[in-house]
Design a protein around this ligand. Sequence first.
Ligand code: ATP
Ligand code: MG
Length: 602
Amino acid sequence: MTQVKRLLSFSRPYTLRFGVAILLMAAVGACEGLTALLIKPVFDRLLDPRADSTPILLFQFPWGGHLYLQDLLPARVHHVWAMVAVTLIGVTLVKGLAEFFATYFVNFIGHSVVRDLRNLLYTRIIRQSISFFTQNSTGRLMSAITSDIEKIQNAVSQVAADFLKQSFTLVGLLAVVFYVDWQLALVSMLLIPFVVFPAARLGQRIRISSRSSQDKMAEMNNVLQETFTGIRIVKGFVMEVFEVEKFRAATRRLLKINMRWVSAHALTSPLMEFLGAVTIAVLLLYARNAIIHHAQTTGGFIAFLYALIKMYEPIKRLTGVNNSFQQAVGASEQVFQYLDIHSEVHEKPQSAELPPFHNEIAFEDVGFEYEDGPPLLQNVNLRIGRGEVVAIVGSSGAGKTTLANLIPRFFDVTRGRIVIDGHDIRDVKLSSLRNQIALVTQETILFNDSVFNNICYGRNVQNEKEVLGAAQTALADEFIAEMAHGYQTVIGERGQRLSGGQRQRIAIARALYKNAPVLILDEATSELDAESELLVQKALNNLMAGRTVVVIAHRLSTVRRANRIVVLDRGTISEIGTHEDLVNRGGIYQRLHDLQFVDAEP
Ligand SMILES: Nc1ncnc2c1ncn2[C@@H]1O[C@H](COP(=O)(O)OP(=O)(O)OP(=O)(O)O)[C@@H](O)[C@H]1O
Ligand SMILES: [Mg+2]
């Protein structure tokens, strides 16, 4: 129930509109009832050759008042036909207008709530620390923001609109039924479960089978995806027949489930009609007696039947509403769970700005482990002076990327501290820390946007001259100029339309444009051809010039440029020194150098 309360709290800003919508829906229900009431005079007076012009009684209030049709109309309209016709058209018009605006308002509220919830969720998620994203798959997060929230939208807009309309309609019709003939109404109420119960059961079957149809569809998609992406292996191992058989089995299961859905769906309407006919037949028996004994008029009975049959739709809808509502509650549970997670890396309240970097970055006895992981970094002590280039080398999995990630606080150290110019980085504003660090990651990350916007990513002030300058320094301006729309060319999802070397140079241009004093560079390990390799290296040299650099080095040229080399081995620093110091020392660096860099030696 707390979920529901919380969900409702999102609609609070729209209370007024919601109130109006309720009033309008009540009007819809009243109009439905009025339409049913109109049927009685149609049959008793209008279609009766003995019809006279005495006032037409629409409703007799329990406290003695009377509502005549004449009361609702201007005096000029006095013929029975005119009265009925004008009222019928008028009521339908009012009902239509009320229903339109009510549906509009309720859906407006629903979609607005969904927009608010989506915005809030995205804002919260994007502020989470990196570890959150490694623990929650992209697919899961996307489906929380898209389909989970869509289910909530279903509940708040469609279901709420339906719920209001159908409940008021039901109330209106019930009032008519009981007003016209309360005894017959009581008998009918006893019969209704015989119609509604089988309908509800069928509805349940339809829902279950449509859900499992989705599951089977997902199974089938899985086979497709696996085999298409792994097509070379399928062909290489001559497994086409095997895969086709797997696919056929999946489609067979899908067919079976779909037919279960079809049979339940196709049965609904005939069954309802049959049960409805049985009900009416029973009622006819009663009505015949009542009409003969003048306890009921023909028009009264037809109005009664009309209202009764009309009640079927609201009842059916209202039983379905609960199901959508439950789904929405389930979905909101997921969504709220994400809203409630606090980012592991967070700013202390009233933290100060980190002043512009001027002296040194110090790792003081730093230890780090990933959640549920073994200790990864231990006793790391390292001072990086301003303007220094420090290369970090070590075998794959030694913890190099992890070490670099600690500086912009992608993760927080679990022991010791990192201090920049005397400030523990956990005590300063995150933005003031990260604004001073430029990043070039191991995998190049670009966005599906123009080259220009990729280069000035993260800066609100866009200076065209500086963007061109950055591209030039990154040796990217030439190939950009050759592209179809130059700097305005959109580079496709993750920059797929560029070569590996071009992507890297755009990423370098982006770091150059940011012009931050500290640079963290995780050199890409991917192979480039000799020419692009040379260009990328030159671009990197331009980027490193005049900055304080922590570079995770995979290239000999980078290592040679470094003022100091830090060798990381199983989470601890095993050697520190210049290339010349370390290369003949007989330690890990020498081994790494011989293994890793020897081929690259120019
Ligand atoms: N998000 C994470 N959660 C848990 N463990 C992780 C995570 N990221 C990395 N690791 C583990 O930490 C260890 C060090 O990883 P890291 O990425 O720092 O290595 P690396 O030295 O950069 O290696 P490479 O040269 O291959 O890039 C690895 O054993 C890895 O499995
Ligand atoms: Mg790495």
